[in-house]
Design a protein around this ligand. Sequence first.
Ligand code: TXA
Ligand code: MG
Length: 336
Amino acid sequence: MLAIQEDFARKNQSALPQQIGQAASILRNGGVVAFPTETVYGLGANALDAAAVAQIFEVKRRPRFDPLIVHVSDFQQAESLVANFPANARELARCFWSGPLTLVLPKSDQVPDIVTAGLSTVAVRMPDHPVALALIRAAGVPLAAPSANPFGYISPTTADHVREQFGNSIAWILDGGACKVGIESTVISFADDPPSLLRPGGLPLKDIERIAGPVKSLLKPQTAPLCPGQLPRHYAPRTPLVLWTVGGPNPSGGRTGLLSLKPPENKDGFSAVEVLSSTGDLREAAANLFAALRRLDALSLDIIMFQPVPEDGLGLAIMDRLLRASLGGVQKEGGT
Ligand code: TXA
Ligand code: MG
C-alpha cells in the first residue's frame, strides 16, 4: 500500500467497517454506491439486479451498448458468472487476481443482458483493494461497476473526484484514499483463441504474455502518424489536449498547460506544468495521470500539451488514455 493509503487507513479505521456495512445495505436494496479500487473509483450496483444496473447508466449518462465489468471478491463468485473458464484465463486469474486485470469470458445465464449490453461474454475482475473486497463480501453479490465519472470524462482516482461530479446523485461514496495504480485495468478477451487485448491498463501486457502466451492486439495503431479524429474521444478533459512531439518553449500564444512525464528542460511560456514523475517512472506517472489532468483542466487554459511517453510497461496504457483524451492532433512546430 502507498503511504497515502496507509495514512488513510489509520485515520479511518474505526469508521470504515460501519460505512462499508451501510454501503452494502444500499447495494442489497438496489442502490448505487461509489467505491475505491486500486485502479480508479467505481460506480457499483448489484450485478444480478438489472434495475439496479440500469441506474448506473442513468447516473453516468453512459450509452447502454457499452458493457460493464463485474467485480468479484473470490473465485467461486467469478465461476458463477461464466459458462466456461478456459485454462489460460484461469492461470492468469490465479497469477494476477486480485489485481488490475479484467477477463472477458463466455457468460452464464445468471448475468443480466444489461450488464453485458447483450453480448454473450462477461467482463470479470477481482480488485486489489481492501475496501472493495470487503464491500463485495458484505453485499454478498458481485458488483457491476464502470469508472465513477460522467461518460467520456477523466476517470476518478480519489473520493473527492467522485464527489465533485456525482455528489448529489449517488447514495454513498466510500473513501478509500488515492488509487495506487491510477489507470484502469487491462482487459483481455477469451472470446476467441488466441486471447486478445481490448484495453491496455494497469497490468503490463508483457506480464500477461509471460503466463498466457501471445495476445492479439485489437487496438488501432497508436504511434504517429496520427490522423485527427481517428480515435474515439474518451477520458477527456474539457480543455483541448494535444500531443506535442517536439519539446522546448511554449509554441502557442495562448495560456498553455504542459503535461510532462519528467521535469521538462524548458518550461518557458507555459502557464502551468504538471510533472507525472520526478524520475520518469511509468508506474508513478500512471498513478498521477488523471489527477494531474484534472488539475490542469480546472485552470481554464486554452490548451494542454503533452509529450509522448515510452510505450513499454504502463507507458502503453498512459499513451492510450492520452491519445483518446486528445483531439487526435499532433503539434509539431509553432502555432496550434
Ligand atoms: O479498472 C477498471 O477496470 C475500472 C474499475 C472501476 O474496476 N473499471 C472500468 O470500467 O474501467 P469501464 O466501464 O470504464 O470500462 C470497462 C471496459 C469498457 O471498455 C468495456 O467496453 C469493456 O470493459 N467491456 C466490458 N464488458 C465487455 C465484454 N463483454 N466484451 C468486451 N469488452 C467489454
Ligand atoms: Mg471508464
